[in-house]
Design a protein around this ligand. Sequence first.
Ligand SMILES: C[C@](O)(CO)[C@H](O)COP(=O)(O)O
Length: 230
Amino acid sequence: MRESTAAGVVLASGAGTRVGAALNKVYLPVAGRRVVAWSLDAFAAAPGIGVLVLVIRPEDEPLAEEVLAGLSVPAEIVPGGPTRQASELNALRHLGSRIADGTVDSVLLHDGARPLVTPELIAAVLERTREDGGAVPGMAADDVVAMAGPDTVAGPLPGAIRVQTPQGFRAEPLLAAYEQAAAEGFLGTDTASCMERFSALPVRWVPGSAENVKITYPHDLAVAERLLLR
Ligand SMILES: C[C@](O)(CO)[C@H](O)COP(=O)(O)O
């Protein structure tokens, strides 16, 4: 019987304009390494991840090669698309034959701009993905989260969670959902939003980590630097 494995897909093909740097934010230095190198390392160390894919902007290829040269396991480079959704679809199509023959049974998609993901969180998402079909890390909000009207508070959103990555799904329905989303021109905010719309799989949530910050603004870099150097 053929062995199945999980694929980790690290997304590094966004522009990251809100950080205000000339360089794609995932290649900025943080705690002595480039941002994306930290999450690639976490995936390389996570149990059960047998395939690693880095989705890049073609113009970043030299930087991506430099990062991958320092990695302990090989990773496959895939060109991204104009949107997050298109980049994810490119990665899934790249894995297509391995998804079809069952070699890759689960795929975990991760923001390259979340350098503090740990092998333990990756393993927890993968375990829940294998059990139920889909899983994302979530953080219950400490404050009240409310719907905003134009200039008023329109009511609390009880039970809201802040969703992080990696987001894991059973590979075959994931690829099918992305093909359908592309055919219908759907643009989701994240992998889970596409799966909620185009698959019957439940999207479970597992406890995320307060430290699994996403680098969006310049101050996030300072926070990540402190946490990584600790
Ligand atoms: C997927 C995500 O990390 C969930 O919180 C988030 O939506 C990514 O946002 P970005 O603007 O694409 O970095």
